[in-house]
Design a protein around this ligand. Sequence first.
Ligand SMILES: Cc1ncc(C[n+]2csc(CCOP(=O)(O)OP(=O)(O)O)c2C)c(N)n1
Ligand SMILES: [Mg+2]
Length: 1052
Amino acid sequence: MHRARIVFNISKSGQSERFASWLLNKPQTAAVSVNANRLKSSTAAEPFLNGSSSAYVETMYNAWLADPNSVHASWDAFFRNATNGAQPGAAYTPPPNLAPYNKNEVPLTSLVPSSGGMPSISAGSPINEKIIDDHLAVQAIIRSYQIRGHHVAKLDPLEIANYDLGGKSPTEVIHNSYRFDEADMDRVFKLPSTTFIGEKEKALPLREILNRLEQAYCNNIGIEFMFINSLEQCNWIRQRMEPPNVTKMNADQKRLILARLTRSTGFENFLAKKWSSEKRFGLEGCEILIPAMKQVIDVSTKLGVESIIMGMPHRGRLNVLANVCRKPLHQLFTQFAGLEAEDDGSGDVKYHLGTYIERLNRVTNKNIRLAVCANPSHLEAVDPVVQGKTRAEQFYRGDNEGKKVMSILLHGDAAFAGQGVVFETMHLSDLPAYTTHGTIHIVANNQIGFTTDPRHSRSSAYCTDVARVVNAPIFHVNGDNPEAVMHVCNVAAEWRATFHKDVVIDIVSYRRNGHNEVDEPMFTQPLMYQKIRKTKPVLEKYADQLIAEGVVTAEEVKDVKDKYEKICEDAYNQAKQETHIKYKDWLDSPWSGFFEGKDPLKMSATGVVEETLVHIGRRFSSPPPNAAEFEIHKGLLRILKSRMEMVDNRTVDWALAEAMAYGSLLKEGIHVRLSGEDVERGTFSHRHHVLHHQKVDKATYCALAHLYPDQAPYTVCNSSLSEYGVLGFEVGYSVTNPNALVLWEAQFGDFNNVAQCIIDQFISSGQAKWVRQSGIVLLQPHGMEGMGPEHSSARLERFLQMCSDDPDYMPPESPDYEVRQLHDCNWIVANCSTPASYFHILRRQIALPFRKPLILMTPKSLLRHPECKSSFDDMKEGTNFKRVIPEEGPASENPQNVRKLAFCSGRVYYDLLKQRRDKGLEKDIAIARLEQISPFPYDQVKAEIAKYPNAQLVWSQEEHKNMGSWSYIEPRFRTLLQNQKQIRAKSQSKGGSWLSQLFGRDESPQTNAQETETVPRTISYNGRATAASPATGSKAAHNKELRNLLEEFCVL
Ligand SMILES: Cc1ncc(C[n+]2csc(CCOP(=O)(O)OP(=O)(O)O)c2C)c(N)n1
Ligand SMILES: [Mg+2]
């Protein structure tokens, strides 16, 4: 500003004309023509001398003419060079900076006098181009270290890694084509504002610059961060990684690392000694993982975190439970004893079990809750589950910024690079309804996956490259440098607390043994393992280092080691006293208070007082209260109007029933969360839970969130286009708090198989393996409606196949039959045919005194089917979920005359109904609907069968024979009918007559019980033939198939 003002004054002197003349190539005045002609050729090549800058240049020139000292040295140099005949382009020096210097910047001129005999560019002398080039080169080199230093960093304790330098030497990678002579090394260079190697120094000799950059970027830490879009975040990292000695620790810190390393190493040694041939997937070679995790936890706790949810694979898991979570050692050791379990469930292997611990963090003196989620063998599958659980905990605590609850995910190098769910989980990290406000990822990178080398297991340079997609900084660190690892952990924890974004710590280490303790690694990695055999364990190396530094004595090292061994030995002896293991000891999500004092077989009512239905219905059918300003799409106004008419008529369709189920639960204080692809509107445009202002971006209204002032929160959220990741997330969410209805909706049911691992490993078997309950609901659009192979079937058969109820066992009848069956099953599978059933079954999820997953086939065309409506009468107080809806039409009035009793489930009912009507067979065929397929409602099916003694039994389904419900219901019907036959035989001998009613066909012999046994009723199949593909792609074929099955349905 100061210079600008002077320039302005001078420009008023009238000399401007003269300068402008040569600039604009106009005829010049005599006074300047000599200079101007000389300047002409030089300045023509200067890109900054164009139209808009010409006035400024002109004033600078005029000022310079009046007094060369009045302008910046670079202008002085420029005009001097130009007037001395510099070649085109050669007169250029960077234009002067009018802004005040940043705190890390110094003017170039201030360096020159101290530049060791180099020509000065101070006023009056010509500029030396080399100075500028050299400064630019130094800047480029600094940047090069920041971008590519990690390629050269000494990350691998085994020194066998090849970080793909493209055939270049490390120096070439960093320095590119810049070369400095030894003589240049002592020259001082100004440091740009994008480096912090100087700390308070603004300039440093080149030798020191290179030294410091080597230390920061090419030693035992390699940082990838320059792809981050935010300059603030890049600078934040540079500030913490570049200053000299940032990784230095004090003696106390060093002793703490040593103590932790001793425990980590001692634990594996102890297990190896006691159970030498047991699989434990030991941590040997990456023992530093334990101190690293503890460091992350310490720092995060100091920064305010109170609860940490962790997910991790097999490697070092027992060690983490013992030394990070401080799970009682004897509980861990009993897992090796092969004891029977005291509680229900089938259990899991020890290196999959979860835990939950609340304890005092001794370093921070604050209480902390640590949970390790139980997980299956399926690597990385637990990642989204951990995120969902973390999100839920944040939600219930009102921790909207993730300051109190955070997640840590541990990964193996091969799995992190190979498993797609890692990417899916990463992509949830910044989505409003899914973010956990930053996850710390730690890779125990032992440079091998089972027997596969990195060069065969990934195409990326690093196993961590997936994290680049979300702009997460990645810290690679040599696992044999404990202090470097701790520094990186400090920075990562601080990063998460500052920016609330993901960060990755890649601990490059090795695996001392085979994949597990009984594997021979030399079969496949002979050279690597020769190297490993010669590598000292990190504990030994670090202890030697600290002894040499005088931080500890050899005796102290031994003492710490012996003490820990004694702790292990004591726990081992305690474990020997145990007679049983308890799965409950390994629960990762305790629901304190939920089960206590509850009758485990008592279910609350699911009907709702009519006033509540009306209130919710009206709210759901109304625009926002400030409707005048909120412009709603015209089509939606029509939908709202028709909803309101339904409420007035005391009827509901599918969407209204759903809203009433959610709304009534919200009223009762139950949080409802509906997540999935396009769920806000609904794939079939039927739901419309979020109304969008037609003129204002992001202005939305969600009626269900505003039903009652004291209601629970409602979340409805469109998810990323992911099944595996998002379903995993919702499972994690659902296990956190039983007082919530968590639903995931597939876009079409067919797509659930992309999340098969979550379905198989977590939902169907989670409770059996980990005594962990979940009431998650899977809404899966299902139905054969001519939409082709991939938009028809939710693969109902697969869910039914995984039901754990025994097809050969019919539970004895009791008043609490329904709830008892639900209690004993692994999940519920249903295909409801009415909105009222949908309403009740959703509410029943919460009415149960325990939690079970619900797999629900949901309709597509039924969403708008005129007959698919329910009355308030079926939902109001006193009503309940009907597992079986019996025939209620003319056939039920004269059951003796009914010739066929068809059982079915879901939308095919409406096709059957129409066909029966069209054929005038309403008195001849009865149709009963299984609204719940599994657990199989034996009691109600039995009653229905008994009612129609003369009817042939048929199962009608629209799916192909090898799909749908047939293979599930057929053996259960057989069991039911067989069971009845036995009773019949017994009673027959007593001469009872009711049996003929139950089994009909009075042709059964009256005299011989044995003969009676040979003619039980059977059920036959009515539906599509077997097929490989779930549905045909041809509309014509679809219709033909449907016609056939309906015709067959009517054959009597
Ligand atoms: C989804 C899945 N595929 C395959 C496996 C079998 N498996 C178990 S461990 C392992 C190697 C894992 O390597 P890495 O991720 O590097 O972990 P490390 O064992 O080296 O710690 C494999 C392939 C698995 N558990 N899960
Ligand atoms: Mg590995």
